[in-house]
Design a protein. Structure first.
Lengths: 113, 111
């Protein structure tokens, strides 16, 4: 079985642009969560989606948005990019209907110039 | 406030020595705690969770509610244990979709 897959693996953008990151969960998983990991720090929770509904949101500005599709894949969108948005963006999935742990993808490394 | 603290950024031990990676948490309800290892500074992989009480690669962790700790231990360090370890707390009761991570501890096993 494939694990959590994220695309692209690397991305370079300039300030003010917008970006869309994609995530495909493990087959059968209905919950997808997004995290931002700045260099040298632990991951910070951004969003959780379950059954296409937002279930949780972290302390991030409205420039960050996400959605989940009927096949449970998800997109994270970031508008008006700032230098501080440079980070590794991690996606994690879990079944969602029980206390099953999250499984993480390899992440998308976003660099803002 | 929900918080996870890993007081050591770097822990160096000799091969064969015991390992203890410290983790303290702050949470008002019944916590669910995890240890993840981040291989090559990228992929996060679950090492263990407190409710399963498993031992993975020789590592164990016991939840101490009195001391609000969930330290990761291994009796004898091996070369392959060198990596970055994160303690995490499930921030929503009954839902593991929101994890609160500590700052991470790099374990360095010296020959």
């Amino acid at each position: 079985d494939a694990g959590v897959t994220q695309s692209p693996t690397h991305l370079i953008k300039t300030r003010g642009q917008h970006v869309t990151l994609r995530c495909s969960p493990i087959s059968g998983h209905k919950s997808v969560s997004w995290y931002q990991q700045v260099l040298g720090q632990g991951p910070q929770f951004i969003f959780q989606y379950y059954e296409k509904e937002e279930r949780g949101r972290g302390n991030f500005p409205d420039r960050f948005s996400a959605r989940q599709f009927p096949n449970y894949s998800s997109e994270l969108n970031v508008n008006a990019l700032l230098l501080g948005d440079s980070a590794l963006y991690l996606c994690a999935s879990s079944p969602g209907h029980s206390n099953q742990p999250q499984h993480f993808g390899d992440g998308t490394r976003l660099s803002i110039l | 406030a929900q918080r996870v603290t890993q007081p050591e950024k770097l822990l160096s031990v000799f091969k064969g020595a015991p390992v203890e990676l410290k983790c303290n948490y702050s949470y008002s309800g019944s916590p669910e705690l995890f240890w993840y290892v981040q291989y090559s500074r990228q992929r996060l992989q679950l090492l263990l969770r407190h409710i399963s009480r498993e031992s993975i690669k020789g590592f164990t962790a016991d939840l101490n509610k009195g001391e609000t700790s969930f330290h990761l231990k291994k009796p004898f360090a091996q070369d392959e244990d060198s990596d970055l370890y994160y303690c995490a707390l499930s921030g929503l009761a009954g839902n593991t979709g929101k994890l609160i991570f500590g700052q991470g501890t790099t374990l360095q096993v010296k020959p």
